[in-house]
Design a protein around this ligand. Structure first.
Ligand SMILES: [Zn+2]
Ligand SMILES: [Zn+2]
Length: 159
């Protein structure tokens, strides 16, 4: 009797396909691929976030979003992530600092162009004398000053 019913059912070929081992294996494979893709995307978020962010909490939030919201989390992260790699940011800051040294900003030694501070007596790179000390207070004097601004003593040569 059940055999007759099954044969009469017009949807039986569809059910046969649905219940076939090949179909089930296919569904399982598709699920596996989805899970692998989900984990791979979360891993990608982690690797990418580490290159762009310093803060371990922010990195954790990004990875958690990637895991808790499969596919949507990494997609949102793609738009919210910092636009630059940390390495690039550091490199650019270093370049800017170097440029500031060479063009105005910080002072340079007139002999070797090494970086010097305004109150250096000699250049730390080439030991060229840069300034005299005040006779009164021993502070470094700018060569253009005619009087010590700290103790009002006059440098002997220009008194
Ligand atoms: Zn020098
Ligand atoms: Zn002085």
């Amino acid at each position: 009797m059940p055999f007759v019913l099954a044969a009469d059912n017009p949807l039986q070929p569809v059910i046969d396909v649905y219940e076939s081992p090949a179909f089930r294996a296919g569904v399982r494979l598709a699920l596996l691929l989805v899970v692998v893709l989900w984990l791979a995307l979360a891993l990608w978020v982690y690797k990418d976030a580490r290159r762009r962010m310093d803060d371990p909490i922010l990195i954790g939030v990004a990875v958690a979003a990637g895991l808790l919201f499969p596919f949507i989390g990494p997609f949102v992260y793609l738009f919210l992530r910092p636009p630059e790699y940390l390495d690039d940011v550091r490199e650019r800051e270093l370049e800017i600092r170097l440029m500031e040294r060479r063009f105005g900003g910080a002072e340079v030694c007139p002999y070797c162009a090494g970086p010097v501070e305004a109150d250096f007596i000699v250049c730390p790179s080439c030991s060229t004398p840069l300034r005299e000390r005040c006779d009164g207070c021993q502070r470094p004097l700018d060569p253009t000053w005619v009087v010590c601004p700290y103790c009002a003593a006059r440098p002997p040569a220009r008194a």
